[in-house]
Design a protein around this ligand. Structure first.
Ligand code: C5P
Length: 249
């Protein structure tokens, strides 16, 4: 996928108001390609925050991280509504299997790409087993990410969300056209926070990610523009190295 390095950065607008979101969009719009509206912001502000992003970035700059998770009829309706908002990406959880994923794909009436969230990057193997996943079948998050990617692809999703640590396996298994988006991005000096399966921008991209999601490492930087530019430079280096075979597939 040919994209400028900055266009591979999805900035997470994890703030509570449209006013704060707009502040970040105006600051970062020349330094990142996509703005991600997550639950905190959408629950507080609804479609008007989507409108605010569209005014500044167009529909290609909107990632609606709804992480749909409900019965098929409900998520299909929710996706129909989301399609009307005109986002580039919308997310659905993969953990309830094909029926739910298919319903979201069917509800997609616009040009939005549906992404399946495989295993949250905040989960470790221990957390996953604690939540009821059979350790004999799925020893590591990577095993479950592959299974859920298979379900997402079969249901017609355009790609998946996984950690940078699993991107190489997903790329190898599901091919070049399957979109891979990786949150849990941290530099060596960034606080990890609640994330467990982290990767640097360089690792995620050389492992085959198309896009990286970055929130706190940019938002909490003393100079967010400088932080975003440094990440874009790292992505550029990673894309070049990937072209020469550094990808760790
Ligand atoms: O601040 P940080 O860079 O950790 O933000 C990561 C963002 O990516 C958050 O908005 C979070 O909701 C989202 N995300 C994630 N793990 C997933 C899917 C989405 O961290 N598997």
């Amino acid at each position: 996928m040919k994209l400028a390095p900055k266009d591979r950065i999805i900035f997470a607008l994890d703030v509570p108001t449209t006013k704060e979101a707009v502040k970040y969009i105006d600051l970062l719009k020349d330094h990142v390609g996509v703005f991600k509206i997550g639950l905190e912001l959408f629950v507080a502000e609804g479609p008007r925050v989507v409108e605010a992003v569209r005014e500044r970035m167009g529909p290609k700059g909107i990632f609606l991280d709804m992480k749909f998770h409900d019965i098929p009829a409900t998520v299909k309706g929710a996706m129909k509504s989301a399609s009307k908002l005109g986002a580039k990406f919308v997310t659905v959880h993969c953990d309830e299997g094909r029926g739910l994923l298919k319903a979201v794909v069917e509800g997609n009436t616009g040009g939005t790409k549906v992404l399946g969230v495989t295993v949250l990057t905040s989960l470790s193997a221990e957390d996953m087993h604690d939540a009821g996943i059979d350790p004999k079948k799925y020893k590591t998050p990577a095993d479950l990410v592959l299974k859920r990617s298979e379900l997402a692809k079969a249901a017609g999703c355009a790609g998946v969300v996984c950690s940078g640590q699993e991107a190489a396996g997903v790329r190898k298994e599901f091919g070049e056209d399957f979109i891979i988006v990786t949150p849990g991005i941290r530099g060596p000096n960034d606080p990890v926070g609640d994330q467990k399966r982290v990767a640097t921008p360089y690792e995620a991209i050389t492992n085959g990610a198309d896009y990286i999601v970055v929130g706190r490492p940019i938002r909490q930087a003393t100079d967010p523009v400088k932080a975003a530019s440094a990440i874009a430079a790292e992505i550029e280096r990673a894309v070049k190295d990937r072209g020469t075979g550094v990808r760790r597939v």
